[in-house]
Design a protein around this ligand. Structure first.
Ligand SMILES: [Zn+2]
Length: 314
């Protein structure tokens, strides 16, 4: 009896077996990088959605807790979610019990279907945006990655509110922001000091701004986030780094973009003029700067022109 107890105790305490075979996705090994105790991130490629990356462009992170794994974001397809699940199983002895989705962009929640047995959670505002945009986002991912998604498998998570939350026995703080997409969940793990920024933070990769309610709003929220006492930040895209490094780079780029658009609008010039600029050297370490800058001008410049018109008429 006693011997049997010892054996089962040993089995419980044994670390999960490390599979010798790397988990592959899109013909590349999927890698979990340890960022803190019991905490890993999986870094996406610093690219846009394409057939060659099969949609693996966003970051995911997971925390192994005594009562199950907490996954933060799930990638851009159920197929990717399956690969992520296999990778997590190499590092954690429990399955994923909770999935937190940081925002409604497809590279952050389309993999949820692989974690059917887990509870899926996001902010109420984010869930509304998911419901609004889901079909268009599925079309977009299918077109850009050349892979079809099973529409019925892209389900929406349950809604939760910001504040302190306990998953199993593991406490996390949830912050409701909106600067990047209109509904952005930022997660702080006080036990390890890890700040999971979602796409509120981009590092070494230019920020995507299509759904921002306004760059000033985003900048104000970045300043709020910099007041948190975090040790390391996991951005939505790009590598992990000290929080002030990630937040400052995102803020510096958004400040420059905002200034550029304001300046050209105040001169009464068109979008083409806004595009005709050398991107400053300080952004040369960032991927996709030219690409995102062009997209931002096309998407945001009409707002700057309209605002100027409003200002001059009132
Ligand atoms: Zn993203």
């Amino acid at each position: 009896m006693k011997a049997r107890f010892l054996v089962s105790l040993a089995a419980l305490l044994a670390p999960p077996l490390m599979a010798s075979e790397p988990v592959m996705f899109c013909e590349r090994p999927l890698v979990a990088q340890r960022v803190a105790e019991n905490t890993w991130m999986v870094e996406g490629l610093k690219e846009e959605l394409s057939t060659s990356n099969c949609g693996h462009i966003g970051n995911q992170a997971f925390i192994a807790t005594p009562s199950g794994v907490i996954l933060i974001d799930s990638g851009s397809s159920p197929l990717f979610g399956e690969a992520l699940k296999a990778l997590i199983a190499q590092h954690a002895s429990h399955p994923v019990r909770w999935v937190l989705n940081t925002h409604h962009h497809p590279d952050h929640f389309f993999g949820n279907a692989a974690f059917d047995e887990a509870q899926h959670l996001t902010l109420t505002t984010t869930r509304e945006l998911m419901a609004r945009d889901r079909d268009a986002l599925i079309d977009n991912v299918e077109r850009l990655t050349g892979r079809s998604l099973e529409r019925s498998h892209i389900a929406l998570p349950d809604a939760t509110e910001a504040g302190d939350i306990t998953l199993g026995s593991y406490p996390l703080s949830l912050y409701a922001m909106s600067g990047h997409s209109g509904g952005d969940l930022v997660i702080m793990d006080h036990a390890t000091g890890v700040l999971f920024l979602g796409d509120m933070g981009f590092y070494q990769r230019a920020a995507a701004t299509a759904h921002t309610p306004g760059l000033q709003q985003w900048l104000e929220e970045l300043s709020d986030l910099s007041a948190l006492d975090a040790r390391i930040a996991v951005p939505g895209h790009g590598p992990s780094a000290p929080p002030h490094t990630v937040l400052e780079q995102t803020a510096r780029y958004l400040t420059w973009l905002d200034q550029r658009l304001s300046d050209v609008a105040s001169e009464g010039l068109g979008a083409n003029h806004a595009l005709a600029v050398e991107i400053p050297d300080m952004f040369s370490t960032m991927a996709l700067t030219e690409y995102e800058f062009t997209r931002s001008v096309m998407q945001l410049y009409p707002r700057y022109e309209a605002r100027l018109l409003w200002d001059t008429q009132h």
